[in-house]
Design a protein around this ligand. Structure first.
Ligand code: ATP
Ligand code: MG
Ligand code: MG
Length: 380
């Protein structure tokens, strides 16, 4: 379909699902990650690059092997990306990755773009500075690492002034900022694809349910009024429009009691909350990403749910219970199982996911209920 080779920084599950989508279009991919990484396992067309997406030499080596580089993760050395820009095409732009990978810079950028976010303040790693923030934002507030955060590792809830020493200990040696507590009633997310021309096309608004800081479930569409779903899409589109380069973005949001929306954070890559698009939409988030970064056409309607009555629920498979639940899901109507080919199933590690599709949300809820029950039981 496209003669250019796509290099992917990171070969975990998101890279693997990008490879699946690229393969169907005969688009070749080269992966940079450790030997045997999930994305490498399903692509034998190439010698891949062994190394780390956080290592400059490895990134330079990947750049020699491909025409366009993209990412499954934002925690990359953007100085190297800036250096190789031009030798190879980078999608989305390294500037986008640089701003997004520092959550505080990301917040400042979103405010500049007119997209509402939780109020954020800079903070020093001292008890005085944290107490000062407590006086300004009130308690509880969320202390966050500016960089290298995922699955809530990098966040600390400062419940009251007495929690300050514990917060400093938990996030020591990390660059910090503080966020006002968002009293949300639900968390929503929207996948938005940005084309090379800067056009944005959004997927339906979904509802995400987190447990222990990790996304557990995604309901598509979100079980909120249509007006709120539309408002969430407009906010997500506005945010994504303000960045640079092509590709898919995941936009996480808080829905507050009064019906207003705040952006929590953005990811410049495919996102866990968009896995459902593989089964529920004509063009998945992974294919949309591949099309966007290679300049192939993408139609507005192809990111909608396949039919007006299509409903989907996604359950992440975490840690040791993965295989048991996956096996059970093989006998559930409308369920598709994805296993990632990862190594050890440590508690909380994302090992796979499943998506249940049905003609109504209540039917999807009914079909997935035993699997969620199993997930909860295996956890305890
Ligand atoms: P991810 O795996 O999504 O990248 P992360 O480590 O970057 O996670 P965040 O998305 O910042 O972490 O936060 C994780 C979860 O913590 C959110 O989904 C939300 O449930 C809660 N949270 C984050 N910020 C706030 C806030 N300001 N107020 C209340 N809850 C919050
Ligand atoms: Mg994050
Ligand atoms: Mg998040």
């Amino acid at each position: 379909m496209d003669s250019r080779k796509v290099g992917i920084l990171g070969g975990g599950q998101l890279g693997r699902m990008m490879v699946e989508a690229a393969h169907r279009l005969n688009i070749q991919t080269v992966i940079l990650d450790a030997p045997g990484a999930p994305a490498k396992q399903i692509n034998a067309l190439h010698e891949h690059v062994n190394g780390s997406f956080s290592n400059a030499e490895s990134i330079r080596a990947l750049a020699k092997e491909c025409d366009v580089i993209t990412y499954e993760i934002e925690h990359i050395d953007t100085k190297v990306l800036e250096e190789i820009d031009g030798q190879v095409e980078l999608q989305p732009s390294w500037k986008t990755v640089r701003v997004i990978q520092d959550k505080y810079l990301q917040k400042a950028h979103l405010i500049e773009a007119g997209a509402d976010t939780a109020e954020s303040l800079p903070v020093e790693s001292t008890a005085e500075s944290l107490a000062d923030v407590g006086n300004k934002l009130g308690y509880p507030y969320m202390l966050k690492s500016r960089t290298l955060a995922y699955d809530g590792r990098g966040n600390y809830v400062v419940k009251d002034a007495s929690a300050i020493p514990g917060a400093l200990e938990a996030l020591k040696d990390r660059p910090l900022y503080a966020e006002k507590w968002a009293r949300f009633v639900k968390e929503l997310a929207v996948m938005v694809v940005r084309t090379k021309d800067g056009e944005v096309i959004s997927y339906p608004t979904v509802e995400t349910v987190h447990e222990d800081n990790i996304c557990k479930l995604v309901y598509a569409p979100a079980r909120v009024p249509e007006g709120i779903r539309e408002q969430a899409r407009r906010l997500a589109e506005k945010a994504v429009k303000s960045f640079w380069g092509a590709g898919i973005f995941g936009v996480e949001m808080f829905l507050l009691e009064d019906g207003s929306l705040l952006i929590n954070e953005l990811a410049p890559r495919p996102h866990n909350s968009g896995h459902y698009t593989i089964e529920a939409c004509p063009t998945s988030q992974y294919e949309a990403h591949i099309r966007a970064i290679t300049g192939l056409p993408l139609l507005q309607h192809s990111t909608a749910l396949a039919t007006p009555s299509t409903n989907a629920i996604m359950l992440n498979l975490l840690g040791p219970s993965t295989l048991k639940i996956a096996r059970e899901a093989l006998s559930v109507k409308g369920a598709t199982v994805h296993l990632y080919g990862k190594g050890e199933a440590k508690p909380g590690r994302k090992m796979g996911h499943l998506t249940v599709i049905a003609g109504s949300m209540s039917e999807a809820e009914y079909q997935i209920a035993p699997l969620i029950e199993m997930f909860d039981k295996e956890k305890t």
